[in-house]
Design a protein around this ligand. Structure first.
Ligand SMILES: N[C@@H](CCC(=O)N[C@@H](CS)C(=O)NCC(=O)O)C(=O)O
Length: 214
């Protein structure tokens, strides 16, 4: 049996897709079309009641959800590639940066840009809607930009977050940097250079090709 990976091209699952390819583990892919609502279908909710991607089904049928949990399991189950460094301080830094990327830059910032509607107060008069939507989206942009600014001095001038090897945090930072390009958010210098180094990796290019990006 192989791992079963539930993903959507161009979403946060791209980060996990990169980790799976870097580890060279066999996995089967199920693609969910988010705009079509595949993630809210009963057959997917049985697998992940949260209705989110990514999700990873293990050989024994157990299912992992949440980016950080999936990445942590991959790093521990396949330790050879050092996705989570041995050194405690480096490991903690990797966890900290990954959590900040997923929880704050993605969870608080990009969700306001991509799912603006979900932040609208209920019972809003129609005439107010547009103004609220613009304000929520603008707040999303501020959170993302501030997040990249916070990370900028934490990034090295070359290599990856914890040294020459990529880690879980590099894959997380990659997907939020990739989105920045698409929503017109400027990346500070070190974040942009990290993005280019990630994008230059053959396996990352392969993942983007597989997900339909040229
Ligand atoms: N905290 C979750 C967030 C996952 C998430 O928000 N995924 C988005 C796609 S990038 C999603 O599934 N959106 C559909 C929805 O929430 O309805 C994680 O780390 O996996």
């Amino acid at each position: 049996m192989t791992l079963k990976f539930y993903m959507t091209p161009g979403s946060c699952s791209t980060g996990i897709h990169i980790l799976l390819e870097e580890l060279e583990v066999p996995f089967e892919v199920t693609i969910l079309n988010l705009p079509a609502g595949d993630h809210r279908q009963p057959c997917y909710l049985v697998i992940n009641p949260k209705g989110t991607i990514p999700a990873l089904m293990l050989d024994d049928g157990s299912v992992l959800t949440e980016f950080q949990a999936i990445a942590f399991w991959l790093a521990k189950a396949y330790p050879r590639k050092g996705l989570l460094p041995e050194d405690p301080l480096k490991a903690a830094t990797v966890m900290e940066i990954m959590d900040y990327v997923v929880g704050t830059i993605h969870g608080q910032g990009y969700t306001r840009i991509f799912t603006t509607d979900s932040y609208l107060p209920s019972g809003l008069p129609d005439a107010e809607r547009e103004r609220w939507l613009r304000a929520i989206e603008a707040r999303g942009h501020e959170i993302v930009e501030q997040g990249f600014k916070v990370l900028e001095p934490r990034l090295p001038l070359d290599g990856f977050i914890a040294g020459p090897k990529i880690t879980m945090a590099d894959a997380a930072l990659f997907y939020v940097s990739f989105w920045a390009d698409h929503v017109g958010i400027h990346l500070p210098e070190r974040v942009a250079a990290h993005f280019q180094r990630m994008r230059a990796r053959p396996l990352v290019r392969q993942v983007l090709m597989e997900e339909g990006y040229r």
